[in-house]
Design a protein around this ligand. Structure first.
Ligand code: NAD
Ligand code: UGA
Length: 477
């Protein structure tokens, strides 16, 4: 095995592959890092001279790309050559929930991981360290090893290539990816060959303290990633469940969260009540854990974790039901401003965003939605809602229609025109600075603000003559 890693190739230029490799390139100038993808459009955007066109929005990412791109960081569709010349290959491809076949709705679809492993098997030369960066079910490293080994069995001994497989799950959160990568709580490396483990560990040692780099066996590393996400999501479902109880009893969920969070055994993080967790991973990874538990004949464990997702689905639907109730039982022809469509602030990612289900429910009830989001494109909303927007010219006629419709509003100040209610679904900073006096003049009375992210000062809203509802605050009900 080569002692020094000179070239890394990452398969998958997505929300993980892009930022992770950019930070490795930034911290390790002596290593060439090439991120490859089958999606040419995505690679073109990563190479676009206009940094505002990078395919993902992530604070601080453009600065890192500016420093490294075309120095020691490259984005390419040439998968074959870049695999052939790499000493280490990261697999960072998507692993969504299966929609068909055995395990549909729960197990992860490993199609893209398998095709990546086959590309490595076909093109790698000499000894290559293959690193699982994607989040994978326990024992996936076994599948990758089998594919790599089988690819060599028909070759003469002298022509054979060799491989090590390591697990190195990623713990970054979108919106804070660069900070999370530069100052990680820990880096986790699972594997069995000490030389390969050392080679990967020494890359991180360029900027991560040694005691933050944890070494485990392969299976603990794979399972730890799923478990971390399950624990985080479980905290959100726990606090969201309590929000409903607060509304029913007169308690306030933020006061409850503050009171329990000061107990250092519980801790204060991840106790923000919201419209329900979204993002591409929490639901998928818990469902994966549910599938694994069933597979290993542990039905009680499976149903324990499944309840975290069930609660989240219920919670998202309860928000839209409540709005219908407050607006006199019907939304037909009523206009509602939706503030925020991404699954959290500081990202353009909408995967599994609570906004999708909530907007669908409101449209189903006949509402006219004015959707604002500073980073999500209209095309993405159209895809997520599976419905075309109305154009500005159509607006007047269609406002009289009883079926639900939506349009994207570019400027925040225009979103309030003639709306009956404002619903805050993402905690974008600008939403906490709204001038409610001005907004109230544009809204239709009796107007409502529904704050699902606790970003609004209720006094400002109430003083402007608008009715106010904040998630988990039972003191006003
Ligand atoms: P993504 O969908 O944004 O990106 C995956 C990329 O892989 C796509 O651009 C796709 O075209 C490419 N790809 C698929 N098959 C390929 C192949 N055979 N060859 C070349 N390119 C291929 O996904 P993501 O959000 O970056 O997530 C990737 C993995 O990381 C998932 O397993 C996810 O669970 C995990 N993860 C995600 C996050 C997150 O915040 N998004 C955080 C930690 C871990
Ligand atoms: C999450 C984990 O936090 C990362 O550690 C992990 O690497 C990643 O999943 C992954 O595997 O993909 P991410 O989904 O990007 O990161 O973002 P989070 O900050 O965890 O937020 C997830 C969802 O929970 C968002 O909808 C957010 O609004 C919601 N949330 C978060 C709450 O409702 N309350 C909170 O207190 C925290």
């Amino acid at each position: 095995m080569k002692n020094k890693i000179r070239k890394i190739c990452c398969i998958g230029a997505g929300y993980v592959g892009g930022p992770t490799m950019a930070v490795i390139a930034d911290k390790c100038p002596e290593i060439d890092v090439v991120v490859v993808d089958i999606n040419k459009n995505r690679i073109d955007l990563w190479n676009d001279p206009d940094y505002s066109k990078l395919p993902i929005y992530e604070p601080g990412l453009d600065e890192v790309i500016k420093r490294c791109r075309n120095n020691n960081l490259f984005f390419s569709t040439d998968i074959k050559d870049n695999i052939a010349t790499a000493d280490m290959i990261f697999i960072s491809v998507n692993t969504p929930t299966k929609t068909k076949g055995i395990g549909a709705g729960e197990a992860s679809n490993l199609k893209w991981v398998e095709s990546s492993a086959r590309e490595v098997a076909n093109y790698a030369r000499g000894h290559t360290i293959v690193v699982e960066k994607s989040t994978l079910p326990v024992k996936t490293a076994e599948v990758i090893k089998n594919i790599l080994q089988a690819s060599q069995s028909n070759k003469n001994t002298s022509d054979r290539n060799s491989f090590d497989v390591l697990s190195n799950p990623e713990f970054l959160a979108e919106g804070s990816a660069i900070r999370d990568l530069e100052y990680p709580d820990r880096v986790l490396i699972g594997g069995d060959n000490p030389a390969a483990i050392k080679a990967l560990g020494s890359i991180y040692e360029n900027w991560v303290q040694k005691d933050k780099i944890l070494y485990t066996n392969l299976w603990s590393s794979e399972l730890a990633k799923l478990t971390a996400n399950a624990f985080l999501a479980q905290r959100i479902s726990s606090i969201n469940s309590i929000s409903a109880l607060c509304e029913a009893t007169g308690a306030n969920v933020r006061e409850v969260a503050r009171a329990i969070g000061t107990d250092h055994r519980i801790g204060s993080k991840f106790l923000d009540c919201g419209p329900g967790f979204g993002g591409s991973c929490f639901k998928k990874d818990i469902l994966n854990l549910v599938y694994l538990s069933k597979y290993f004949k542990l039905p009680e464990v499976a149903s324990f974790w499944e309840s975290v997702v069930t609660l989240n689905n219920w919670h998202q639907n309860r928000v839209s039901r409540l709005i219908v109730e407050k607006l006199f039982g019907t939304l037909s022809g009523k206009r509602i401003a939706i503030l925020g469509f991404s699954f959290k602030a500081n990202t353009n990612d909408t995967r599994e965003s609570a906004a999708i289900q909530i907007c669908k429910n409101l449209i189903e009830e006949g509402a006219v939605l004015h959707i604002h989001d500073p980073k999500v494109e209209s095309k993405q909303i159209e895809k997520d809602l599976n419905m075309e927007p109305i154009s500005d010219e159509d607006t007047k006629n269609i406002y009289n229609s009883s079926s639900g419709i939506w349009k994207k509003v570019k400027h925040l100040e225009d979103v309030f025109n003639q709306v009956d209610a404002v619903l805050i679904l993402t905690e974008w900073q600008d939403y906490s600075k709204i001038d409610w006096k001005l907004a109230s003049e544009k809204m239709r009375s009796p107007a409502w603000v529904f704050d699902c992210r606790s970003v609004i000062e209720q006094k400002d809203v109430i003083d402007s003559g608008i009715n106010f509802w904040q998630i988990g605050d039972g003191s006003k009900n």
